[in-house]
Design a protein around this ligand. Structure first.
Ligand code: UFG
Length: 327
């Protein structure tokens, strides 16, 4: 059995990746500070609590588990927060990733799968966002992820750190078996907030901006089912282990949904209307982010077969009704 070090393995996407890694015959070793993650979500392999900036702890974890690869999910990822406190994002995401990459190189662990984001592209209306699109982030979160991508390229040239970079579009849904799901505190993401509003766990949803240049005035996003997303990571890991070249892949489906369309689909799935009010725009939001790429499908053989809005909301709703983490 091969160990894979999963930073952020106690978070939403990382915990789903741990489940997929275990199913693929790897042992996921979670490294997580629990600042935003949940110990309860670590169910599929060993857990080491630590911060990315704690180089001594990272070195000891690499020495103990001798992982064959790193999957690096750990990051702060809130667009609103990064506009208020950009230093937090540069320190945690960029300096933290630098510490991790240096530890990986020192340990001779040279296959690296990295969670990047479509937020690195910025707000480019009417442009197909494929992997060759220019990266012009409009917020510190996107800028921090772009900087890490740059570091990875430099580390490959200098140290042979081979990498697959995945630029996520909007991730939604939950494990259909209910082992893990999406649970953030504070919650800022559209789908869980909407489900909370539907069953009265919080006030009406505020639609952030209804005057965007889109057909119904609300922002458009490309939503990917979290299980499809982590499937791509397993394929990316295999890609590296087969000795293929470092590569960037978008993970989106090419179909955009407006905020109002997501609300309508939630109504259809849950049979309950989403209480909402219309509010002003949220700082840092892009008008439309839709992936224009088929690269992951063509080259990795990725099949995002669960990424339709009905299935994502059905799985998120099941998780929402059945549970959450305590600690
Ligand atoms: N939205 C609302 N009301 C809410 C919450 C969200 O109208 O209460 C809207 C947002 O304005 C946006 C859409 O719903 O148009 C989706 O918002 P999310 O907060 O769910 O997701 P984001 O698109 O802001 O962010 C996601 C990831 C980030 C990533 C970003 C890329 O969470 O990590 O996509 O822009 F950076």
């Amino acid at each position: 059995m091969k160990n894979v070090l999963v930073t952020g393995g106690a978070g939403y996407i990382g915990s789903h990746a741990c489940k997929a890694l275990k199913a693929a015959g790897f042992i996921p070793v979670t490294y997580d500070s629990l600042v935003t993650g949940w110990k309860d979500a670590v169910k599929f392999g060993p857990f080491e609590q630590g911060d990315l900036l704690d180089r001594a702890k990272l070195d000891s974890v690499f020495a103990q588990y001798e992982p064959v690869a790193v999957m690096h999910f750990a990051a702060l990822s809130l667009v609103g927060e990064c506009m208020q406190d950009p230093g937090l994002y540069w320190r945690n995401n960029v300096a933290g990733s630098l510490s991790l990459m240096e530890a990986a190189v020192a340990a001779g662990c040279l296959d690296f799968v990295f969670s990047s984001t479509c937020a690195t592209y910025g707000d480019q209306d009417n442009v197909v966002l494929d992997e060759d699109s220019v990266q012009m982030p409009i917020n510190a979160y996107g800028a921090s992820k772009r900087a890490i991508e740059d570091m990875l390229r430099d580390f490959e040239v200098a140290h042979g750190l081979r990498h697959v970079i995945f630029r996520y579009f909007n991730v939604a849904g939950a494990d259909p078996e209910g082992d893990v799901g999406e649970y953030h505190r504070p919650e800022t993401h559209l789908v869980p907030l909407m489900l909370d509003a539907i069953d009265g766990k919080r006030d009406a949803l505020t639609i952030f901006g209804t005057d965007y240049d889109t057909p119904d005035g609300t922002c458009i996003r490309d939503y990917v089912h979290v299980c499809d997303l982590v499937d791509a990571h397993i394929l990316g890991l295999k890609w590296l282990r087969e000795g293929k070249d470092s590569r960037v892949f978008n993970l989106g489906t090419g179909t955009g949904f407006s905020v109002r369309e997501v609300l309508d689909e939630s109504h259809a799935v849950t049979n309950r209307a989403v209480p909402y009010v219309e509010g002003p725009r949220r700082a840092g939001d892009c008008t439309k982010l839709v992936s224009g790429s088929q690269r992951a499908i063509n080259e990795l053989g990725w099949e995002p077969h669960r990424s339709n809005m009905k299935e994502m909301i059905t799985d998120a709703w099941r998780w929402h009704q059945s549970g959450h983490y305590e600690g």
